[in-house]
Design a binder for this molecule. Structure first.
Ligand code: ADP
Ligand code: ADP
Ligand code: MG
Length: 669
């Protein structure tokens, strides 16, 4: 085993790798850019080396700096994590050249599998079914037009060098083909420095099923079961689980054998993932192989009780795999939610900011792989993945409930995250039934909100929690202001009845609380429905509230502002207004709020860099038309017009950084 390794990554994955290193008594060296000088991954490592300015192109992606840091600090190996240099053949070669071990496959194997066109050819050679398509880079548009016609629309344009879902374009009709090809080439050239695009049949509403394998340098390959990653946005995974409802024992072993055959075909060693797409008839087709540790590897670890990073380190250091195929068994169920700094209501735009409050998660069968803490600054330079919350249960239903409870108490303040969005998916009836497909989010969500109303029981629970907290806070403040003497005998008062009117959007709830401040037991009625509630003792000043409702523990997150309280639970978030009956009667006479902000300016919805301006002064624009393109967190986002009108003034400049709510364009309407 190695004595010391360098981890060429940051965030949650760097910390995850360090955890195993500590267990194996392997020393770790972190690398960091200017932006990460005070990051968690730097503090968790035994040593840390500064490798340059914030943009990854000048730090985390510079081969020479990383190899030098490893050599200078006396490391024997480099673990690349995922993303960054993990699937970079030249880097793997450079590491070997310096006399170090790359914890991953050889340069030749990465090159052969990292290129999707070449990988598809290898898969075919290994007898693995592939998606029908044109397995060469597109050069002649007329030839492709004819071919797409034969395959049948919709078709998918895919970058040969792709990754992270970038550069893919679904093309529904022949007329869109040419412009889609251009924009796909443009995006992949920027992202990967390679503009080769190939073509595949687009399989509608498929499932994404992938097989985890591990292979050593002695020709042993073992498959570790499947993961289902069908819940995606922008072709990127949000929720993953293992095993999959769509895979039974015989399919599992068939897919596993194919994945192993593919690995053997190229002489693979390392952990690796073979990704398949599965149609409605359980036909599966090879998509790509990822030659690295995957973001969602924890769900496999939870159901196999294996440590994938440990296995990676062992095989990289030349050891034989400590397990054979018959040692692998799948126990229970595991689900992971990827927590990202992004705004689900704004087409998953990345968000930035300082994390001002952060609650760690603990609990039975809950695992948190996090790269952040209170005080972390989420900037524009890196991926928006903050952490992953993973649960385990005997059954899928148990794993699901455990994860929901965990997300209900996972509080991150300061940046917009998808915690509620992920939680909402876990609560969706189609998810519960296991009706999954890569089109799930598009089908069931609009602007980050489920198209169906949440169950009334969940709303009632939120009303209950919000009112109990409001009542206790108001009265604890009042009590604390009274002179000490008056407090004596407080607990001997009979349980009083308190009435409130709670307003949420158009819904009005009548709430009755019966209990007293000194006691934890309350009887609560919401619109006449009765609940037995047990509260914690003095926990009403926190952002998180734990209540036992009819004997079951529930967690809520609440943020308090006078009569307004924001509450989140099971993926639902609402703003409640709480009134006493007397206040409610008076509130009816209050003037209505004035209409909001002016609509004749285009504001930047996020911080980033202006990379394109699509209109000029005098142009007529329509609501929803993209006007400006902003790059942030490795992604380009179009900013669309809020109104119809004529461009009055273009204030944004290409190449200039902008902040949230900075004026980009003004209009006359
Ligand atoms: P997984 O299959 O593990 O989800 P993804 O393909 O989503 O992997 O990529 C994992 C992470 O690495 C993502 O955060 C993605 O943005 C990033 N990534 C993937 N490929 C590349 C690449 N070629 N260059 C830079 N980052 C990449
Ligand atoms: P990446 O390297 O970006 O992860 P993949 O080839 O793994 O690229 O594809 C990412 C996602 O795109 C898949 O998980 C799936 O949702 C979708 N996808 C890929 N190929 C097809 C296809 N032929 N038909 C429909 N969807 C596809
Ligand atoms: Mg993929």
């Amino acid at each position: 085993m190695f004595e010391k390794i360098l981890i060429a990554n940051r965030g949650e994955i760097a910390i995850r790798i360090m955890r195993t290193c500590r267990k194996l008594k392997v020393k770790t060296v972190a690398v960091y850019s200017d932006a990460d000088a005070r990051s968690l991954h730097v503090r968790e490592a035994d040593e840390a080396v500064h490798i340059g300015p914030a943009p990854s192109i000048s730090s985390y992606l510079v081969h020479e700096k990383i190899v030098k840091a490893a050599v200078d600090s006396g490391c024997q190996a480099i673990h690349p994590g995922y993303g960054f240099l993990s699937e970079n053949a030249k880097f793997s070669a450079a590491v070997a050249q310096a006399g170090l071990t790359f914890i991953g496959p050889s340069a030749e194997v990465i090159a052969a599998l990292g290129d999707k066109i070449s990988a598809k050819n290898i898969a075919m050679k290994a007898g693995v079914p592939v998606v029908l398509g044109h397995n060469l880079p597109i050069v002649d548009i007329e030839e492709i037009r004819a071919l797409a016609g034969e395959i049948g629309y919709p078709v998918l344009l895919k970058p040969a060098a792709g990754g992270g879902g970038r550069g893919m374009r679904m093309v529904a009709t022949p007329s869109e083909l040419e412009s889609a090809l251009q924009s796909a080439q443009e995006e992949t050239r920027k992202a990967f420095g390679d503009n080769r695009i190939f073509l595949e049949r687009f399989i509608s509403s498929p499932r994404h099923i992938e097989i985890q394998i591990i292979a050593d340098k002695h020709g042993n390959v073992v498959s570790l079961g499947e993961r289902e990653c069908s819940i995606q946005r922008r072709y990127q995974k949000v929720i993953e689980e293992a095993p999959s409802l769509a895979v039974d024992r015989s399919l599992r072993s068939r897919m596993g054998e194919m994945a192993c055959a593919l690995a053997r075909e190229v002489g693979y060693s390392n952990a690796g993932t073979v990704e398949f797409i599965m149609d409605g008839h359980r036909n599966f087709f090879f998509m790509e192989m990822n030659t690295r540790l995957q973001v969602e590897h924890p769900v496999t670890e939870m159901v196999t009780s294996l440590d994938l990073v440990e296995l990676q380190l062992r095989v990289a250091s030349g050891e034989k795999l400590p397990i054979t195929q018959k040692d692998v068994s799948i126990k229970g169920w595991s689900i992971e939610a990827r927590i990202c700094a992004e705004d689900s209501s704004r087409n998953f735009l990345p968000s930035t900011g300082l994390i001002t409050r952060y609650s760690n998660l603990k609990g039975r069968n809950v695992r948190l792989d996090s790269g952040v803490e209170a005080g972390s600054f989420i900037g524009v330079y890196y991926d928006s993945l903050l952490s992953k919350v993973i649960s385990w249960g005997e059954t899928r239903e148990e794993a699901r409930t455990t994860l929901i409870n965990a997300l209900n108490r996972y509080h991150i303040e300061g940046v917009t995250t998808n915690v509620n969005f992920a939680n909402s998916i876990l609560n969706h009836p189609a998810f519960i039934k296991g009706e999954l497909s890569t089109g799930f989010i598009e089908e069931h969500y609009e602007e980050g909100e489920a198209k169906i109303d949440p169950p009334i029981e969940q709303l009632e629970a939120m009303v209950l929690a919000t009112t109990v907290m409001y009542h206790n806070r108001m009265n604890l403040v009042r009590e604390s202001l009274k002179p000490m003497a008056a407090k004596v005998g407080l607990s001997h008062r009979p349980a009083q009845l308190h009435r409130y009117v709670v307003k949420e959007l158009k819904n009005i709830f009548d709430v009755e609380l019966q209990g007293q401040l000194s006691s934890r037991d309350w009887k609560v009625k919401v619109n006449g429905k009765e609940f037995a509630v047990v509260t914690p003792v003095f926990e009403f000043y926190r952002r998180r509230l734990k209540l036992s409702i009819n004997g079951v523990n529930q967690y809520f997150r609440l943020q308090y502002r006078q009569n307004f309280i924001w509450t989140a639970y099971c993926g639902i978030s609402r703003i409640f207004e709480i009134y006493t009956p007397r206040e409610w009667a008076l509130a009816q006479y209050m003037p209505k709020e004035a209409k909001g902000a002016a609509e004749n300016v285009l504001l930047s919805p996020l911080p980033g860099m202006v990379v394109n301006i699509l209109v000029k002064k005098g142009d007529r624009v329509y609501r929803g038309q993209d006007l400006v393109v902003i790059e942030s967190m490795k992604m380009e986002s179009g900013v669309s017009s809020p109104c119809e009108g004529v461009v009055d003034n273009v204030i944004a400049t290409v190449g200039k950084a902008v902040e949230t709510d900075e004026v980009l364009i003004t209009f006359t309407t």
